[in-house]
Design a protein around this ligand. Structure first.
Ligand code: COA
Ligand code: AMP
Length: 647
């Protein structure tokens, strides 16, 4: 047991009262001379044809970064480091408390695996521009699969393992993958999650089924394979053994991946990321936001199914030549609340990145942070938190427990890297609790009122980003340019709508107050209330439903459903409730965490028929609810108050 230091002090307030001049200058330069700023940043990437221009705005608002350049992202993330003599450096440190595995993959080993996997994909007929869906737990093979796609110019789309068949089918239908790479199961702390039956069901349901499914068989539960369609992972890899694939030369604007995210409707949006802009944004942010360089170790304790996983488990660290920790486990329960500190100490982690909810879970079990002191965290320099609002209590607890700066950073799947953060690779600014600090270079953040006018400091509004977005942000919505325009660029012409509301203070610090749409955030997982409502409404007894996110001490928000039963339907409320909870779990997935459904006689609506979700949310949160002037029927509100036992 190592008692390395006593850390029961206030979190460091370095830079207190100060806004970093370096950060301000970098931000100003990134907007005033976009070309010079990003062409300079682009020198961190190795191109086949280096860019002579940064931004092509000829088809605005469809912008293209580094339009005359070519490169290969996999080459930059893997081959380049081996060529430069770093083949023995650990690329992936795999820690899997749920299987008791702990392993290392060096850059040289990663190169072999990725080239072989890419060759195997080619043997199955996958080529440049084809899509490949990856539905895998946190195993090294998932990283290999993603990089193999990047190597040959195939477009990967990773689906989070917590989503079940229906959500998977929706993504298969939209991405139309030639091949699905999957595993027999994922391992959660209390149960084994069989992926294959969900994959089979999704493929059966799909209008565009893949030609092949490749299945990594895991000891915890082996899957049966479908003749002529399915291949065992080892047999698949054998296809590439004698024909490892070379890196394809790709245009900077060629898509690298699609990542589906929840919007306000039931249909997920496929965020498209390019190769060149993404590589530049990743390398720039690793150095300047996260202060991670070659040989450093970063641990983003997230999941490859989310954007944090794409950017800061995989591409960011590997493009930088750093070591990334790939963690298959939870912050608590695998086996205990010391796990974050245990792994960080064992792996000499310099930057730890997780979601506030993970720390709330740890804090619940170790309120005084006593478990921290048992581990040598001398390598740890910064704790980064994102994915949901960082509540001041968690911020203070983490700072006091760890004694390192706690850096909130705000961004989203669409942007791919932080919009606002304290830049740790430059002279640091003051950290203000409740704020992810100031906008990051490249992002021209504006707070707008409903008429599109900028508001004064301290006044809340819609957080928007003036176009163009910097490199690395979404190019469009997969297969649906119209949806890209209507979802993000139409409400405030010339601006990208983030969907979050908030304000900026006198020092230019941003305060993010939450979503202004119907997206909810459950344990750092972004979910669509629309998708949950669509699922509830599929129950034969349900006439109408509404889902809202209600406050939860651990998960930030949890969904709560309200349903109206069809006229004449005879059903016991408790039975219906249980059926609906199961339905959502089976169709959307366990990650939805829908446990609470209330049967009501009517839903509060405006005169134009819109459900007054805020009323449902506030009432569920126990807040006093004024009668909205737009309500169609005041009696519905009174009945709801009675039903929920609210004054
Ligand atoms: N595959 C299959 N099932 C999954 C899954 C996956 N990859 N991830 C979660 N689930 C399941 C869980 O087992 C759980 O099932 P249960 O209802 O049978 O218990 C359900 O989905 C809900 O999961 P979750 O919301 O994660 O709750 P939890 O109680 O299992 O864990 C936390 C709570 C806080 C520990 C966990 O949510 C966490 O670590 N969050 C960090 C979030 C994060 O990294 N976000 C990414 C942005 S940085
Ligand atoms: P996702 O696309 O899954 O990364 O979710 C993005 C959304 O999560 C944002 O639009 C915010 O609503 C929320 N979010 C992410 N990071 C933060 C943060 N640091 N502070 C507040 N909200 C955040």
């Amino acid at each position: 047991m190592v008692h390395c230091r006593r850390l029961r002090t206030r979190p460091p307030r370095e830079g207190a009262g100060r806004v970093s001049g370096e950060a301000v200058a970098a931000h100003r330069r990134s907007l005033a001379d976009r070309e010079a700023f990003w062409l300079e940043a682009a020198t961190a990437v190795e191109w086949r044809t280096p860019p002579t221009r940064a931004l092509d705005d000829s088809a605005a608002p469809f912008y293209r970064w580094f339009p005359d350049a070519t490169l290969n992202t996999c080459f930059n993330a893997v081959d380049r480091h081996v060529r430069d003599g770093h083949g023995d450096r650990v690329a992936i440190a795999y820690e899997s408390p749920v299987t008791s595995a702990s392993a290392e993959v060096t850059y040289a080993e990663l190169l072999d695996l990725v080239a072989t996997c890419a060759g195997a994909l080619e043997a199955l007929g996958v080529g440049h521009g084809d899509t490949v869906l990856i539905y895998m737990p946190m195993v090294p093979e998932a990283v290999v699969s993603m990089l193999a796609c990047a190597r040959i110019g195939a477009v990967h789309s990773v689906v989070f393992g917590g989503f079940a068949a229906n959500e998977l089918a929706a993504r298969i239908d939209d991405a139309r993958p030639a091949v699905v790479l999957s595993a027999s199961c994922g391992i959660e702390p209390t149960r084994v999650v069989d992926y294959k039956p969900m994959l089979d069901q999704a493929v059966e349901q799909s209008a565009s089924p893949p030609r092949h499914c490749v299945v990594l068989q895991r000891d915890a539960s082996r899957a049966s394979l479908v003749d002529d369609r399915d291949l065992d992972w080892d047999d698949f890899m054998a296809l590439g053994t004698d024909r490892p694939a070379a890196c394809a030369e790709l245009a900077s604007s060629d898509p690298l991946y699609i990542l589906y995210t929840s919007g306000t409707t039931a249909r997920p949006k496929g965020v498209v990321r390019d190769n060149g802009g993404h590589a530049v944004a990743m390398t720039w942010s690793m150095r300047h936001v996260f202060d991670i360089g070659p040989g450093d170790t970063m641990w983003a304790a997230s999941d490859i199914g989310w954007v944090v996983g794409h950017s800061y488990i995989i591409y960011g660290p590997l493009l930088t030549g750093a070591t990334t920790v790939l963690y298959e486990g939870k912050p608590v329960g695998t086996p205990d609340a010391a796990q974050l500190w245990r792994v960080a100490a064992a792996r000499g982690v310099k930057a730890l990145f997780t979601a506030p909810t993970a720390l709330r879970a740890v804090r619940k079990e170790d309120p005084h942070g006593q478990l921290v002191g048992d581990h040598d965290l001398s390598a740890l320099e910064t704790l980064f938190l994102a994915g949901e609002r960082l509540d001041p209590a968690t911020f203070l607890w983490a700072g006091e427990a760890l004694g390192v700066p706690v850096v909130d950073n705000w961004w989203q799947t669409e942007t791919g890297w932080p919009i606002a953060a304290n830049l740790r690779g430059l002279e640091p600014s003051e950290i203000k609790p409740g704020s992810p600090s100031r906008p990051v270079p490249g992002y021209d953040v504006r707070i707008l009122d409903p008429d599109g006018h900028e508001v004064a400091p301290g006044v809340e509004g819609a957080i928007c980003i003036r176009l163009p977005l910097p490199p690395g942000c979404l190019q469009t919505v997969w297969g649906d340019d119209e949806r890209y325009l209507s979802s993000y660029l139409t409400d405030f012409p010339g601006h990208y709508l983030t969907g979050d509301g908030g304000y900026v203070d006198e020092d230019g610090y941003l305060f993010v107050m939450g979503r202004t749409d119907d997206v909810i955030n459950v344990a750092g997982h972004r979910l669509s209330t629309g998708a949950l409502e669509a699922c509830l409404s599929r129950h034969p007894m349900v006439a109408e439903s509404a889902v809202v996110g209600v406050a939860d001490d651990l998960k930030g928000q949890v969904p709560r459903g309200f349903v109206i039963v069809k006229a004449g339907a005879e059903v016991d409320d408790d039975v219906l409730r249980a059926e609906l909870v199961d339905l959502v779990r089976d169709e959307v997935g366990a990650v939805a965490s829908l446990r609470d459904v209330t049967v009501v006689h009517a839903l509060p609506k405006t005169r134009s028929g819109k459900i007054l979700r805020k009323v449902l949310r506030d009432m569920s949160d126990g807040k006093a609810v004024e009668t909205p002037p737009t309500i169609e029927d005041v009696a519905v509100l009174d009945k709801l108050r009675d039903r929920l036992g609210r004054p």
